[in-house]
Structure formats: structure tokens, C-alpha cells
Design a protein around this ligand. Structure first.
Ligand code: ADP
Length: 452
């Protein structure tokens, strides 16, 4: 089937990612429709879109998560497609299905594929079958504490109980010995049940000092798959990423090539389309193990864009239009140089307590190799209802040292007044000799904040 260009896209999101998608649409000559909650009336995504529709009150459940309101907005404005961004409805298979039945293209994988990837232990089983290395663990949902005890005995402690439908770093419990397992199993089930749509949990080997490594995928609707290298996201607080980079200082060329071969097969077999990320943990010996798939664009996609020269969001839209990767990509995928992203969150840099409020002064850095993705501006108000991401500062250098130095100077030129931000913490991370040497894991941040 020949590809049909979209005329108008609705962006079912807010904040910096809504602005990012609007930018991609403008470059592709596509009209845009923003949706916003009453708390976001003065947000830049509302200003920069061609049309904007208020979809409800501040509470996400009644606005950005309200499928009926979003579909009505899409129908009133007569859009061809919806870009879901990340978070909110981006990995909601039901939403993707409603889009389909309403004759609106969902910019993402098919609903059945989102469903497979969204149930983590099913995605694990699938990847294992495809020959992708997976952490030892339960073959499916853990049915009883006895089954957990038996498995943990075989695998060896510590193990981790994880919510099948978990996300955002929540719904995980580390179990250090058999005594702790039964009570943790019940608590994990209860927590999963109240936080997510399902009380299912599964078990896997716990790695004490892992590195978080993830591979970026693009797949068109004609069976072609490209792997755009990896990102390292080991600088995390409370299992949530703070700083990301590409390539990873820990992944070898051989490893990258091997994982790419296995992923290409798995992604093709799953019928996965559009953009996606396959997440791995690296153990102390340097082995990589699959943990989950994120079936959407990631916050940290810009570091991959810098090192590959590929616009991931434009690629998503063009894939959804039916174009082939051959048409979309400028040539063979190559990784060049090094890129780092720092998340600038509205939060206390020591306690991580959110710091919403009015930004009284805002100045973003620029210059060669510096990119800022944000929705904020002087006098805007960071609402307390959503995540605390205010801006992403991304730098590029011909090598890691240059990317770090550039990030240090850019952080020094980033001025945000009126609220607390993660900038001081990011400066400490960048100045740390172990970080600079590429020698860190997901526990790294504890040295700045004390054990949590
Ligand atoms: P989510 O979907 O909530 O982000 P993930 O499965 O991606 O959950 O895990 C998030 C983070 O939690 C990882 O980057 C890592 O820091 C930690 N984690 C998850 N599984 C394990 C494990 N088996 N061993 C050690 N740490 C883990």
C-alpha cells in the first residue's frame, strides 16, 4: 500500500514531549491539535499547536487519561492520527484499539503487541523463546509463596518481586532470604493491585549493582527493523532515571552487535512496529539480561538522535503513514560521538520532594552541541499535578569527555529561578571522578543523597 501523508495530528500529552511532537509535525508540514487540562491553559504546547482543546480539569484521570474526551477532541478537529507521547495513554492497548475503531491512526505499535509487551512476564517469556538473554526467574506469574520459595532456592537470593503491569519504577520488592519471601509476596500483590490494573507479580534474580542499558528500535509496517544502538540510564533515583547517555561506556562493540541480531529477530517475530525501547540490566560481570520493553518514545530519546542523526519522532510519524525505513532513514545506522541528557526536574536536589510553583526567571543555554527540550518559560507555573520534568538538557560531543565538559558549561548557564531544580545535583554527578571514568551503576546516586 502506498503511504498516505497525515494532514493533522492530535497530541494526547502535555509538557516537553507535546512540544517535541508539535515540532516534528511542523517540520513535516502536518497541522497539530493540542489537548490540555485546565491547569495547562498557559502551557507552550497550547500556544504552539495550530488548534487547542481543553479536555477537562487538572486531575489526569479526568483529562489526559480520559479516552472519551480525547477521542471527542480528535473527532471534532478531524485529525488523521494521534501521537500519545510517553506516559499517560501511550502504552494503553485499549486506547490504541479505540483509536483504530474510530478510524484514527494510533502512532505506536498495534494494540495486541502493546498488550504482549505490557505484561512484563509475558514479554520475558517471549524474549527468552527468541534467544534474547533473560534474568533467571519465574516462567510466568507467581502463583504462590511456595512456588516463589522453590524458585528462589534454585536461583539464589536475593530475588526481586515485580508487578506484571508495573511501570515508573514502582511495584518492586527485593527479597534477601526465605523468611522475607511470604510476607513480601502478599505485600507485592497488594501494592500491584492498588497501583496497577492487576495484582499479578513475578519473580526474577536481583542484581545488586546493575547498570541499566536500553536499545532503541525502529520498525516499519513492512517488516523492516533497525536498532539505533543503546543508551545507558544507570544514574537513577528511586528506580527513576536522572541522567542518560549514548553510547554506554560499558557496552562493547561485540555485545552491541550480538544483542542487535537477537533483537532484530525478536522484534520482527513479534510484529512490533514503530519506535520502542528494549531494556536490559548488566550484571557485575558485564552480561546483559532483558527486563522489559517500552512500547513508546522514551524521555531520553534525544541522546540517540544526537549520535545517530535520526529524528525518532519524525520517524514514528512517517512509519505510521506507511513509509518504509529505507525511505525514512538517511542511510545505514551509524553511531558517532557521544551524547548526554540531564533531566531538569522541579524538585529539591537532596530530598527529591517536588517543587512546583512559578518560575520567576528562566534562561536556557545554547551554542554548539547543546539542545534544550522544554515547555517552560519565565513566569510559567509548574503545576503540582503531573511529573516534575521541566526541561531536558542534552549535549553532544565528539567523545564522552567533550560531551561531559559541554554539559558542565551548559548546566552552569541554565538559570531557573523561583523553584528548586535538579541542576545542582546534576553538576555534582558530572564532576564525580567515577562518573567521568564511566565507572558507576544504579546505586551511584546514593553517594550524593545517603542510603534510602
Ligand atoms: P519500570 O517499568 O517500573 O521502570 P523496570 O523493570 O524497567 O521497571 O526496572 C526499573 C529499574 O529497577 C531498573 O532500571 C533497575 O534499576 C531496577 N531493577 C529492576 N529489576 C531489577 C533486578 N532484577 N535487579 C536489580 N535491579 C532491578
Amino acid at each position: 500500500m502506498p503511504s498516505v501523508p497525515f494532514k493533522k495530528i492530535l497530541i494526547a500529552n502535555r509538557g516537553e514531549i507535546a512540544v517535541r511532537v508539535i515540532s516534528a509535525c511542523k517540520e513535516l508540514g502536518i497541522q497539530t491539535v493540542a489537548v490540555y487540562s485546565e491547569a495547562d491553559r498557559y502551557s507552550s504546547h497550547v500556544r504552539f499547536a495550530d488548534q487547542a482543546i481543553c479536555i477537562g480539569p487538572a486531575k489526569s484521570a479526568r483529562s489526559y487519561l480520559d479516552i472519551a474526551s480525547i477521542i471527542s477532541a480528535a473527532e471534532i478537529t478531524n485529525v488523521d492520527a494521534i501521537h500519545p507521547g510517553y506516559g499517560f495513554l501511550s502504552e494503553n492497548a485499549g486506547f490504541a484499539e479505540v483509536c483504530e475503531t474510530s478510524g484514527i491512526k494510533f502512532i505506536g505499535p498495534r494494540p495486541d503487541v502493546i498488550r504482549l509487551m505490557g505484561v512484563k512476564e509475558r514479554a520475558r517469556a517471549f524474549m527468552r523463546e527468541m534467544g534474547v538473554p533473560v534474568l533467571p526467574g519465574s516462567p510466568g506469574v507467581l502463583t504462590s509463596a511456595e512456588e516463589g520459595l522453590e524458585l528462589a532456592e534454585k536461583i539464589g537470593y536475593p530475588v526481586i518481586l515485580k508487578a506484571s503491569a508495573g511501570g515508573g519504577g514502582r511495584g518492586m520488592r527485593v527479597v534477601n532470604n526465605p523468611d522475607e519471601l511470604p510476607s513480601n509476596f502478599i505485600q507485592a500483590q497488594n501494592e500491584a493491585g492498588s497501583a496497577f490494573s492487576s495484582a499479578d507479580v513475578y519473580l526474577e534474580k536481583y542484581i545488586g549493582a546493575p547498570r541499566h542499558i536500553e536499545f532503541q528500535i525502529l520498525a516499519d509496517e513492512h517488516g523492516n527493523v533497525e536498532i539505533l544502538g543503546e543508551r545507558e540510564c544507570s544514574v537513577q533515583r528511586r528506580h527513576q532515571k536522572l541522567l542518560e547517555e549514548s553510547p554506554s561506556p560499558a557496552v562493547t562493540d561485540k555485545q552491541r552487535a550480538e544483542i542487535s541480531v537477537a533483537l532484530r529477530k525478536a522484534i520482527t517475530h513479534a510484529g512490533y512496529t514503530n519506535a520502542g525501547t528494549v531494556e536490559f540490566l548488566m550484571d557485575e560481570k558485564g552480561n546483559l539480561y532483558f527486563i522489559e520493553v517500552n512500547a513508546r518514545v522514551q524521555v531520553e530519546h534525544p541522546v540517540t538522535e544526537f549520535v545517530t542523526g535520526i529524528d525518532i519522532v519524525k520517524s514514528q510519524i512517517r512509519i505510521a503513514q506507511g513509509e518504509t525505513l529505507k525511505e525514512i532513514l538517511p542511510g545505514p545506522v551509524e553511531l558517532r560521538g557521544h551524547s548526554i541528557e540531564c533531566r531538569i526536574n522541579a524538585e529539591n536536589p537532596v530530598t527529591f520532594v517536588p517543587s512546583p510553583g512559578r518560575i520567576t526567571g528562566f534562561h536556557v543555554p545554547g551554542g554548539i552541541g547543546v539542545r534544550v527540550d522544554t515547555w517552560a518559560y519565565t513566569d510559567c507555573v509548574i503545576p503540582p499535578f503531573y511529573d516534575s520534568l521541566v526541561a531536558k538538557l542534552i549535549t553532544y560531543g565528539s567523545d564522552r569527555t567533550e560531551a561531559i565538559r559541554r554539559m558542565q558549561r551548559a548546566l552552569g548557564m541554565f538559570i531557573v529561578e523561583g523553584i528548586h531544580t535538579s541542576i545542582p545535583l546534576q553538576q555534582k554527578i558530572l564532576a564525580d571522578p567515577d562518573f567521568q571514568a564511566g565507572n558507576f551503576d544504579t546505586n551511584f546516586i546514593k553517594r550524593f543523597t545517603g542510603p534510602k
